[in-house]
Write a protein that binds this ligand. Structure first.
Ligand SMILES: Nc1nc2c(ncn2[C@@H]2O[C@H](COP(=O)(O)OP(=O)(O)OP(=O)(O)O)[C@@H](O)[C@H]2O)c(=O)[nH]1
Length: 390
């Protein structure tokens, strides 16, 4: 064989081998292998390929390095809470015809008859606003409509907006007290916020969401899992806390004394120089005397270490009048200073805001607008009324 023939044969083999590799490459990728880069390395895909005899490719997850395995989960940076109430409009639009829209429909009629005014009153009562505030609002609207005469859509909306804001009461202080107070002996202590309410209203979720709001404001927080009754509550709270780098003080066994957990949480908050300690409690029915006594004990024990800055009563907005009965009893036992109205996204009855404030003489300070981690909004009467007017 001549040299030239050998050269041609060698070249042919090389071309065939290269072409085969080129043909195999997409096939390998289809089996899941990350593409090979120009340097010959696998791109970071978290998997390695084990090419078995017989052509099967088995994908195995790359074992994490010891450093990766030990790394704590990334701490989230929650969004600031200001302006969140604007979401109410969207949420209400999904939950049926909101109170404001129904009122606007009737008020926009040309000549309002007694039947129309009855319909307005009925709408207000059905929205759980309460008889007293409904009567006041009706009177104010009748007077203004009479004085104003002809009304176009925009002016009807404007007058309803003004009167609704008045009845929600913009003069109330709705800030949550979270500035560090000073104890009797002059040492600064954390602001302690106790969260109470009946079962399933959203206490633990609210504590978790509130911790996020405070972290977003740059405050340091300790959580106290004094719901020792529901086994999963402490885990639930700890998960909320760990997502934003906040520690949770919890009992080492189910059914432990909740007052002692609350006390330990406040102690830890003081020792750590934390700004705020948020204490979650077990749900209890307002007519269960022993559980209500237990709540009294929790408040007494906490105040041995630091004054209570806030006692927030969590009410489910969808429970209507029943929520008012709860509010009354909790107000007497635990000295409620603010209301958190949860699940406002799930009801067209926004009137409960007005009723509960009147009943208790305590402002709604926060509202729950959904199950998402940042679905807790500071309550603002104007934004609220804009939300229900749609
Ligand atoms: N749609 C909606 N769901 C909410 C809201 N707040 C809480 N929830 C849901 O309500 C349910 C009960 O919430 P939890 O926080 O466990 O209630 P809890 O009061 O701590 O319950 P107990 O410890 O049993 O008394 C959960 O499914 C929450 O996701 C809200 O604002 N909107």
């Amino acid at each position: 064989m001549t040299d030239q023939l050998w050269l041609w044969l060698t070249l042919g083999i090389l071309v065939l081998a290269g072409g085969g590799a080129a043909l195999l490459a997409p096939l390998r990728r289809r089996r899941g292998a990350p593409p090979v880069d120009e340097t010959g390395d696998r791109s970071a895909g978290g998997t390695t390929t084990d090419e078995r005899p017989g052509g099967t490719a088995v994908l195995e997850p790359e074992a994490p390095s010891p450093a990766e395995a030990a790394a704590p989960p990334a701490v989230e940076r929650p969004a600031p809470a200001a302006g969140r109430l604007v979401r109410l409009r969207d949420r209400l639009a999904r939950s049926g015809s909101p109170l404001g829209a129904r009122l606007l429909t009737v008020l926009s009629r040309d000549h309002l008859t007694e039947d129309d005014w009855d319909e307005i009153e009925e709408t207000l009562l059905l929205a759980d606003i309460g008889a007293g505030p409904a009567g006041e609002l009706l009177e104010a609207l009748r007077t203004r409509v009479r004085v104003q005469g002809a009304r176009d859509g925009a002016s009807v909306r404007a007058l309803l907006r003004e009167e609704l804001i008045k009845v929600v009461d913009p003069s109330l202080d709705r800030s949550v007290a979270t500035s560090r107070p000073v104890s009797d002996d002059g040492t600064p202590v954390p602001a302690v916020v106790l969260v109470v309410g009946v079962n399933g209203t959203g206490k633990t979720t609210t504590v978790g969401k509130l911790a996020r709001v405070l972290v977003a404001e740059g405050r340091t927080v300790v959580l106290g899992a004094a719901d020792t009754f529901r086994a999963a509550a402490a885990d639930q709270l700890q998960t909320w806390g760990s997502r934003v780098g906040v520690e949770t003080v919890r009992a080492d066994r189910d059914g432990a004394d909740p007052a002692s957990v609350a006390f330990d949480a406040v102690r830890k908050g003081t020792a750590d120089g934390a700004d705020v300690v948020l204490v979650d409690t077990a749900g209890r029915l307002q007519n269960k005397a022993d559980l209500m006594d237990e709540l009294g004990k929790i408040t007494r024990v906490i105040t041995r270490e630091a004054p209570l800055s806030e006692v927030l009563l969590v009410l489910d907005a969808t429970t209507g009048q029943n929520g008012l009965n709860q509010a009354r009893v909790f107000g007497e036992v635990a000295g409620v200073t603010g209301i958190v109205l949860t699940k406002l996204d799930g009801t067209a009855k926004g009137g409960i805001v007005v009723a509960v404030q009147r009943e208790l003489g305590v402002p709604v300070k926060l509202v729950g607008l959904g199950e998402g981690p940042d679905d807790l909004a500071p309550f603002d009467p104007e934004e609220f009324v804009d939300g229900i007017l749609g």
